[in-house]
Write a protein that binds this ligand. Structure first.
Ligand SMILES: NC(=O)c1ccc[n+]([C@@H]2O[C@H](COP(=O)([O-])OP(=O)(O)OC[C@H]3O[C@@H](n4cnc5c(N)ncnc54)[C@H](O)[C@@H]3O)[C@@H](O)[C@H]2O)c1
Length: 221
């Protein structure tokens, strides 16, 4: 069965990559593109009634409202937008009409970096994170850095760098007496996120827990 997918933020950097990825997937069909830059709202797209899953790559100040609107309309939602509080999603009806999946980073290398950093923090005395992104990114620290720090033991300071030319990069530096360990992850292109986004789109209708946060739950379950 073909899943009908709409993209919120379809004119943005990530949204355009998702549109291309969905159009290239045989089991998915693109049925909506919501973005004020295109003159189409999420309300218009949901109103058409031909959407199973919305993928949201918008802005920190709109992602939550978009997700709530989708769930109330009975449409599953995959959220890639970072920098917003997910708590209201946890307070939804325990048996919601649709599921929510959230990931601060859809790149497999980033998921592995977070996993290795969490493991390393159990054995090294201290750690700090340097996250580096393009200068159009609205939130700091990045959702990936915040999530990495949450998964690690101890208090992990985060330093944010914003420069043109960068995409999404992170170093976790761990130190102990006379030694250090650096774990570095780089996304050089937005295509790096697409296999993870498509995996989440295909899996979100069947989730038994919602909201489910983190791609590791789909990759390593
Ligand atoms: N989870 C991940 O793997 C991952 C990877 C990269 C970026 N991101 C996050 O994705 C988000 C988008 O990043 P970007 O670089 O594409 O930003 P962007 O500014 O290029 O695109 C955002 C788009 O959202 C649109 N928009 C704003 N309000 C909207 C609304 N109410 N409904 C629909 N569309 C709306 C804007 O017009 C814009 O076109 C950011 O929060 C970023 O941190 C996540």
């Amino acid at each position: 069965m073909t899943l009908r997918v709409a993209v919120a933020g379809a004119a943005g950097r990530m949204g355009q990559a998702v549109v291309t990825a969905v159009e290239g997937a045989e089991d998915l069909s693109l049925t909506g593109m919501a973005d004020p830059a295109l003159g189409t709202s999420l309300t218009d797209v949901l109103g058409d009634g031909d959407v199973d899953v919305v993928v949201d790559f918008t802005r920190p100040d709109t992602a939550l409202a978009n997700a709530l609107q989708c769930v109330l309309a009975g449409v599953h939602v995959v959220i890639g937008t970072t920098g917003f509080d997910v708590q209201p999603l946890r307070e939804l009806d325990p048996d919601p009409p649709a599921n929510v999946f959230v990931a601060p980073n859809f790149a497999i290398s980033a998921v592995l970096m977070m996993r290795f950093a969490a493991e390393a923090s159990r054995h090294m005395a201290k750690a700090e994170i340097i996250e580096l992104h393009h200068d159009g990114k609205l939130d700091a620290p990045s959702g990936t850095a915040a999530r990495t720090a949450d998964l690690m033991q101890g208090d992990v300071p985060i330093h944010s760098v914003r420069l043109p030319g960068l995409v999404a990069h992170q170093e976790v530096i761990l130190g102990d007496v006379g030694q250090s360990l650096t774990i570095r992850q780089d996304s050089y292109a937005r295509e790096s996120f697409m296999p993870g986004v498509l995996l989440a789109v295909r899996r979100v209708p069947e989730l038994t827990e919602s909201p489910l946060i983190g791609l590791e739950h789909l990759l390593f379950a």
